[in-house]
Structures are given as C-alpha cells and as structure tokens.
Ligand binder design. Sequence first.
Ligand SMILES: NC(=O)c1ccc[n+]([C@@H]2O[C@H](COP(=O)([O-])OP(=O)(O)OC[C@H]3O[C@@H](n4cnc5c(N)ncnc54)[C@H](O)[C@@H]3O)[C@@H](O)[C@H]2O)c1
Length: 676
Amino acid sequence: MHEVNGLNERAMTIRLDAVLPEHPEFVSGIRRAPDRGWTLSRKETELALRNALRYVPEELHEMLAPEFLEELRTRGRIYAYRYRPAGRIWGKPIDAYEGKCLAGKAFQVMIDNNLDFEVALYPYELVTYGETGQVCQNWLQYRLIKKYLEQLTEDTTLVLESGHPLGLFKSHPEAPRVILTNGLFVGLFDSQAEWHRAMQLGVSNYGQMTAGGWMYIGPQGIVHGTYNTLLNAARQRLGVGPKENLAGILFVSSGLGGMSGAQPKAIEIAGGVGIVAEVDASRIETRHSQGWVSRVAESCEEAFALADEALAKRVPLSIAYHGNIVDLLQYAADHGVTIPLLSDQTSCHAPYDGGYCPVGLTFEERTDMLHRDPQEFRRRVDETLRRHYELIKVLTGRGTYFFDYGNSFMRAVFDAGVKEICRNGENTYEGFVWPSYVEDIMGPVLFDYGYGPFRWVCLSGNPEDLRRTDRAAMECIDPDRRAQDYDNWVWIRDAEKNRLVVGTQARILYQDAEGRTKIALKFNEMVRNGEIGPVMLGRDHHDVSGTDSPYRETSNIKDGSNICADMAVQCFAGNAARGMTLCALHNGGGVGIGKAINGGFGMLLDGSERADRILRSAMMWDVLGGVARRAWARCEHAEEVGREVNAKYEGSYHITLPYHVAEELVARAVEGIEER
Ligand SMILES: NC(=O)c1ccc[n+]([C@@H]2O[C@H](COP(=O)([O-])OP(=O)(O)OC[C@H]3O[C@@H](n4cnc5c(N)ncnc54)[C@H](O)[C@@H]3O)[C@@H](O)[C@H]2O)c1
C-alpha cells in the first residue's frame, strides 16, 4: 500500500498537498444545507471513506477519516469542509487568477462566482441553487479543479466527471478546454434513489442546470424568462398588443424563494401589478430588502386594495402577501376579484418534503409538523392541493388564465388524488387540463423560433464593460422584426436601470440563433479592439436545444419523442465538435434525476480570429439543432424558421421538414381498429 502511494505521489505533479488546512470557521447567518440523510450500510460507508481519502496523501488519512465519517453521518455526505479556502469566495477580476491560458483563469472566475455568499444558496455545501445543485461534490475536488485550471494549456482539455477532475488530456487549441458531465447513470440505475446512494459514496454530483456547469449568474437569469412568459401570456390570452406592456393587468402567484422570488421583479419590469403569496416571513423580508418586491401586505384585503390602486393608475407594483396562496385565492373567489393571470411557484416538485405549505398552518407550524408527524403533514398537503385545484377551477371558470410554471404543481395535484386534472381523466400521458408555461407560451412563442436564455459575464469585473456590452447588444437587435425582438430590446435597454446584477458583471438576454451569433461576434470584436476585457458567453440549459425534459422544456413536443433525450446529447456533442470552450451534459436539471437530460456551454471571447471561427458555426448549431428537432415534431413556428434557414443558408444549413398528413386520411386509415 505504502509503496503504491509513494509511486502515485511521485507520478502526479498536480495534486493536493500533504499539508492539512485549518478547519474553517462557519460565518453565522449564512444558510446551511440540511442533513441529506446517511443511509449507507457499513460496507458502503467504508467505500465512501476510501473514495474521499483517495484525494489526499496517506499521512493525513488517520486524521481525516473520523472527520469525514462524522460529516457523512451528520450531513449525509462528505463535503471535506476543512478544504474550503478560508474567508469569502467570489468571482474576482480575471487578472487576479493564476493560469497558463485565459480559459484556465476564466473558469476560476465562473466557479468562484457560483460559490459566492451573495450568489449561492448553501455556499459551504457548494450548492449554488435549486436546493441540491452543486458546483462539484466537495472541497477536495474544488481545490484540485483549481490546480488543474492553473495548469490548463491551449493544447490540453480538462475532463470532469460529476465534479471529479479526471485529468488533463492532450487536444488542440480549437478543442474544448473543459468537458464535463454531472449525474449521468446507466438507464437501469437512473433514479433519485440510486443517485442518493451514489452521492453519499462520493461518485455522483447533481449539477442542476447551470451550477455544475459553472454558468449561474444569480437570480436575473430567471427574471428575463418570467418577464417573457408574463408578456406573452397576456398577448395570447388578454389581447395585449405587440408593443404594449402589462399596465393595468393583475398577476397572482405564490413563492418568494430562490427562483420564485423573480416573479415580483418581472411583473414590475413588465409594467403590471402582481400579488405573490408567501408563507415564510423571512423570505418576504429578504426580497423586500433587496428591492425585488415593493410592498408587503398582511391581509388579503390589504393586498387587493393596494393592487386595485395601482391597477387604476396603471402603474407597476409588486406586493407580497404574507400567507397561504389558498387563502388568497379563497378571498378572490368569495369576493369576485378578477385575476387575469394566475400561476403558482411553490416547490411542488417536492411537496411532502416541505415544498408546499398546507393551509391553516403557519410556516413555523408546518416546519414543526414536518418533523413531528410527517404522515399528518402529507395528509394536509394533499387536502390543500385538492382545495387549491378547486379554487383554480372556480377562477378559470370566470375567465382567469392559469398556467403551471414548471414546478410540477399539476403533477402534485394528480398525486393528491385528483384524476380529473389529467386531459384524459386517467393518467398523465396526454398532459393536464391546464397548460404548462412551456406548452402554451415559452415553447411555441420562444423556443420554437430559437429564442433562449443567452447570457454573458464580463470577466474583468468592470461595470463599464457590462454597460458597453449592453449597448452593443441592443444595437444588434431589430425591435421591429418580431414582437419577441421588441421585448428583448426593451429588456436590454432597461437592464442597467433595473439593477439585476448579483455577483459578477453578468447579463441575460433572450436571443435566437442569428441574434446570439451576431452579438457574440460583436463582443469578440470589441475584445479584439481593446474596448472591453474578455467575456464568457453561455446560456441556461433551460433552452431550445439543450434540454430534453418532458414536463418542461419539451412539453410542447407532441410527436411522442418528448421522452427521448437525443436532442440534448446531440447539442452537447455538436458544441464539443465545434470547439466551445466548455461543454456540459447533466442529468435532471430543473426537475430531478431521471426526469431530464440537459447540457450547456461556456465560450470564451478572447478577441481571437479562432473564437470568431468557432462562434460562426457553434452558436448557430447550439440553437438550430433544437429548432430542427422542433420542426420535425411539427411545431409550427420551428417549421417556419426551418424554411427560412433552408432558403437563407443554402449550402451551409439544411433542415429536414415534415410533410403533413390530412387528419381525415389518418382517421380513415385506422377506421375499424378497436380502442385499446
Ligand atoms: N419554470 C422555471 O423556469 C422554473 C425555474 C425555477 C424553479 N422552478 C420551480 O419553481 C418552484 C419554486 O422554486 P424556488 O427555487 O423558488 O423554490 P423555493 O422553495 O425557494 O420557494 C418556494 C416558496 O414557496 C413558499 N410556499 C410554499 N407553500 C406555499 C403556500 N401554500 N402558500 C404560499 N407560499 C408557499 C415557500 O415558503 C417558499 O419560499 C420549484 O418547484 C422549482 O423547480 C421553475
């Protein structure tokens, strides 16, 4: 054993030192992840220890083994807290980092931004957002990744598997500098339960969408998507014109948490009035103090009175109602309040784990019951969900447009025993009676055209660079082309004024294939001319091509292929082949292990001609792959874009388009076949 260790240590020049770091102090007031639950057998626990200790020289094992075991038993996994660098971690200006190439330094900025106290949900546990979405599994990996990034060259590629840096491998300057995957499993084992075991063993990481791909840019990422969703919902259902905003329109929803907290900000930016119910006073306080919600109401009367006043004046206003969404909707139903737009963003992907608060309980009582009597808690969640459903039925019967905002609300109602929420009254194969936001809005109005959450980070950390890129991006958009372009143009025009930056100097801007390419090339030219420092481009995986997720991103795919994951894998492979600087492929982003496959990229703009070459093909591919798949699935607007692309880019792009069969012909063909 000693002999092998000695040999291996001599064989590695990139490794963790034999010096034991000081145990860190935990700053009070920083949110900590809950215990994830240690469920391993004794043998598996031995394996987990062996797995963690293989990162550190043997002379430290005696000391670290009991410490790691304690973490596993009390926190449900080994984070190796001792290896967290002391003090604040944040995305510093790129020049503050060491490295042999710009990409090596750039990714250190991105990683550190994802672990910033200001940005991350549970920074000590390396969780950026989405309850469990981690940058990597533990601080041993964090340190080693940094060492690798410092040694990365333009002739090598760093490969990571679920946060573990497998090593540097010879490649070439036009190859990706980093290829990473997170939480992928062989089909038979592709479940939350297997992931839970693998994560305790230290062999799998849940990267959510952008946490494990180091591309999270704080809450502004979700604000733009919510803004687009609300505007387009109103256009589709309320007759709001292409260049009009939501003045005089009321939106009601729930949740002021990590992502749901974007709702009040988005409704105000869109010019409307919003009431968002939230049971947890501390979250209201956080959002209020950040300026993300303007007013706080302690009663339904007060909330609707404030809303009425703003609606009458047609001025934007966001209101937090401290209480349960079901109480708020009951009030609206009893008092004949008109709610044109209604949604929900409680954490219904995990209602029995505390994501959904039963009516009649305060937030504190809910927390207490969750631990004391989980059975009773479950019963009350189901009861509330059923009541919630009935209230939405009443309101939609009076003209309210309700949509599910990707939180599995309708699935939760179904699980609570309401079969009639399914279109076929039996199971979920044909979807639910109300649409999800992707099915009705984001899919047809944005993704099918290629519009998705393009973003960038100014690596200099200089706000002036962001200002310049905002202006340059705005000049690349023709606001008169489509209503979507106008919305995006307004978004970027007002972005600075709306004070959206948290963490690094970053921006999100929904764009289509051509828009993304044009802006990317413009930015690279600006870097080349010395007008701005280097820029990292990326996107949320919640996009046109990057994600196969049947209840969300691909919920408007109706040819039966919504359960297939070919598109996301092809997107990843195509980006790697074209030389995107970082290519990521994840399991379960947004919805949980086994329910989605999703991938993203990072593209470093260093001003080079090489970057231009890569951008010209990769930015188009990254979007058009998904547009082509959506066109083949008979999504109308994707077919429209497909026809345009085939005409405009003859010789470079050619998309296969479907023939449409007459419905009567199909009906005639199957005549006589019995229903099964
Ligand atoms: N569509 C998307 O793009 C998208 C993006 C992010 C998140 N989501 C989904 O939205 C949900 C919310 O995400 P999050 O990050 O904000 O979660 P979160 O848990 O941080 O926030 C949810 C909030 O809802 C509150 N809440 C729970 N039950 C309530 C009730 N009955 N009445 C009033 N308030 C209640 C909670 O106190 C909590 O603050 C998740 O299911 C997530 O998966 C969708």
